[in-house]
Design a protein around this ligand. Sequence first.
Ligand SMILES: Cc1cc2nc3c(=O)[nH]c(=O)nc-3n(C[C@H](O)[C@H](O)[C@H](O)COP(=O)(O)O)c2cc1C
Length: 189
Amino acid sequence: MKYVISGTNRPGSKTLMVAKHIQKMYAEAGETIGIIDLQEMTLHEVIGHYGDTAPEAMKQAVAKINQADGLIIVTPEYNGSFPGALKYFIDHWSYPDSFEFRPVCFVGIGWSFGALRPVEHLQGVFGYRNAFMYPERVFMMNGPKYITPEAIADENVVKLLKSQMTGFQKFSKALSAAGLAANERLAKK
Ligand SMILES: Cc1cc2nc3c(=O)[nH]c(=O)nc-3n(C[C@H](O)[C@H](O)[C@H](O)COP(=O)(O)O)c2cc1C
């Protein structure tokens, strides 16, 4: 299964709305995908010491990631980068299992630059950790204006998201057909 990761735990987050719209798009295209929501990880209670035992919800999310056939990361722009909550979560993933050869694509939400910088910062992290990054990224400029729980009210952005989805589906299938699926590699270890 693929999972869309909503990259912030801010209550009322636009990012979570976009993640839900993306989940619906995949459903309409015939594929059921899951959501991993940072709000469910009770981060507000637990951000403490690295090395402490991770909370159960975080362990469960990492287990899903380690089995995923694709990850769609939706990130807002917070101070020119992706949120610390998302980095904190990523810092609990396991290496190489969570990252290596795992197909990943990126969607950014911001004002003037549509979260270009956060997405490129994430690409730095995932490139360093040997993930397969799908090159078609979506940058939602002025995102807060047209994202509501009901819709992404910008036709062009919806078109870009759909194009990314169909390309990403082919990308993960092609990698698997070529014997490059992360999960198969892990199974062989
Ligand atoms: C802590 C914080 C920092 C932000 N910094 C930026 C920024 O550097 N650039 C930008 O374009 N928008 C910035 N924004 C605006 C957010 O990118 C925008 O409101 C987006 O919708 C936030 O996603 P969210 O609703 O999921 O929290 C910031 C918002 C917050 C809460």
